[in-house]
Design a protein around this ligand. Structure first.
Ligand SMILES: [Zn+2]
Ligand SMILES: [Zn+2]
Length: 352
C-alpha cells in the first residue's frame, strides 16, 4: 500500500514529506487511515538522534487515532469503519511470561515499537503515525470507545498510558495522596487521571506561575519546591509521586515528601539523574522506581476510563506542515499541553 508522511532523513535536517509503502495486509492485520497523531517528546529525541539507534529515514509518531479501512481475513476484533488507536507498541512475542501477563511492553524477546522498530517477520523498519496510513496486527489495535473525542484522544496513547500505568500499579484510588512533578504533556495527564481516580492531587512546581492551570486541570493544590517552609510542611505527605521532568534533575528535594513505604516513580527522564542519598530510602523504606507505557489491555482500560469520566488531554491542533516549528516550541515547553497533528492536512499519495 502506497502512503505518504513526514520523515527525518537524518539527525540534522527538518522533517520533510516522504512517500513509502505499508506492508500488504497479513491475515491478522488491520489497515488504518490515520486522522490524528500526537507529538511526543520521544519523537523529537528519536529523530534528532539524542538517543542511540535511530534508523533513517525515521517516520515518528506513536499517538495514533484513525479509522479502519481494511482488515485481514482472520481479523475478528475490528471492522471497517471502526474508530481505533495505536500507541507505542505494534507487536510482541505473544508467548513469554510478560506477554501472557498482558505486559507486552516488557516482552522478554523485545517489544516491536511503532516506529524505529523492526517488523518481527520481515525485519523491515517500522514507521509511525506522522503518515496517512498504518498497518498493525489486530491485537495491538485499540478500540476508541463511544463518546471519546477523536481529535483529542491521540495523546492518551502515550502521555495518557504512561501516567495511568503507575497510578494503577501503585493502586491509586479515593484518598490516595499523589504528587505530580512537572506540568507538561505527561504531567497534565497525570493530574487529570489521578483526580479522575479520586486521589488528592498536588502539583509540585518550581514557582506558583502554574497554579491557576494546575487547579483548572483538577489538582487540589500546588506545592512550590523553592519554598523551603512549604516543602518542610509537606514532609511524608505523599503515597506516590509521579516525576514527569524530561531532563536530568535532582531528586533529593522530593524524597522527604514521600511517606513511609511510598514511591517516587520516574516517567519523564531517560538517562542520568543527579546524585541521590540512600538515607531517606533506608529510613522510610521509600522507593525510587521507573515505569514505561502499559500493556495493551491496560491501555484499553485507560481509554474506557477516560471515555466514562470524560477525561481528555489539552491539545493544540497543528497541520503536518507546522511540525518543525512545533518541535522547536516543544523544546521550550511552549505548548499547552500536547500538539496533535490533523492528518487531513497531509496530501494523499499521488494516484498511480
Ligand atoms: Zn511518547
Ligand atoms: Zn513476549
Amino acid at each position: 500500500m502506497k502512503t505518504t508522511g513526514y520523515a527525518a532523513l537524518n539527525a540534522e535536517t527538518p522533517l520533510a514529506p516522504y512517500s513509502f509503502d505499508r506492508r500488504e495486509l497479513r491475515s491478522d492485520d488491520v489497515a488504518i487511515e490515520i486522522l490524528y497523531c500526537g507529538v511526543c517528546h520521544s519523537d523529537l529525541h528519536q529523530t534528532r538522534s539524542d538517543w542511540p539507534g535511530t534508523i533513517y529515514p525515521c517516520v515518528p509518531g506513536h499517538e495514533i487515532v484513525g479509522r479502519v479501512i481494511e482488515v485481514g481475513g482472520d481479523v475478528t476484533r475490528h471492522k471497517v469503519g471502526d474508530a481505533v488507536a495505536v500507541g507505542c507498541l505494534v507487536d510482541s512475542c505473544g508467548h513469554c511470561d510478560q506477554c501472557l501477563a498482558h505486559e507486552e511492553q516488557m516482552c522478554r524477546e523485545g517489544v516491536t515499537l511503532t516506529y524505529n522498530g523492526r517488523d518481527r517477520i520481515t525485519g523491515d523498519v517500522t514507521y509511525g503515525g506522522y503518515s496517512k496510513h498504518v498497518v498493525v496486527r489486530e491485537e495491538f489495535v485499540l478500540s476508541i470507545p463511544e463518546g471519546l473525542d477523536l481529535a483529542r484522544a491521540a495523546p492518551l496513547l502515550c502521555a495518557g498510558i504512561t501516567t495511568y500505568s503507575p497510578l494503577r500499579t501503585w493502586h491509586v484510588g479515593p484518598g490516595s495522596r499523589v504528587g505530580v512533578i512537572g506540568l507538561g504533556g505527561l504531567g497534565h495527564m497525570a493530574v487529570k487521571l489521578a483526580a479522575g481516580l479520586g486521589a488528592d492531587v498536588t502539583v509540585i512546581s518550581r514557582s506558583d506561575a502554574k497554579t491557576a492551570d494546575a487547579l483548572a486541570l483538577g489538582a487540589d493544590r500546588v506545592l512550590v519546591s523553592t519554598d523551603a517552609e512549604a516543602m518542610a510542611a509537606a514532609a511524608n505527605a505523599f503515597d506516590l509521586i509521579i516525576d514527569t521532568v524530561p531532563v536530568r534533575h535532582d531528586l533529593r528535594p522530593y524524597m522527604p515528601l514521600l511517606d513511609i513505604d511510598a514511591t517516587l516513580v520516574i516517567v519523564g527522564q531517560l538517562g542520568l539523574v543527579d546524585e541521590i542519598s540512600t538515607l531517606p530510602l533506608l529510613m522510610g523504606r521509600r522507593r525510587i522506581s521507573g515505569s514505561p507505557v502499559g500493556g495493551i489491555a491496560e491501555t484499553q482500560e485507560m481509554l474506557n476510563f477516560c471515555a466514562k469520566k470524560n477525561i481528555l488531554p489539552e491539545c493544540e491542533m497543528i497541520a503536518i506542515q507546522e511540525i518543525n516549528g512545533a518541535f522547536e516550541r516543544m523544546e521550550k515547553a511552549d505548548v499547552r499541553y500536547r500538539f496533535v497533528i490533523d492528518m487531513a492536512t497531509l496530501e494523499g499519495p499521488a494516484a498511480a
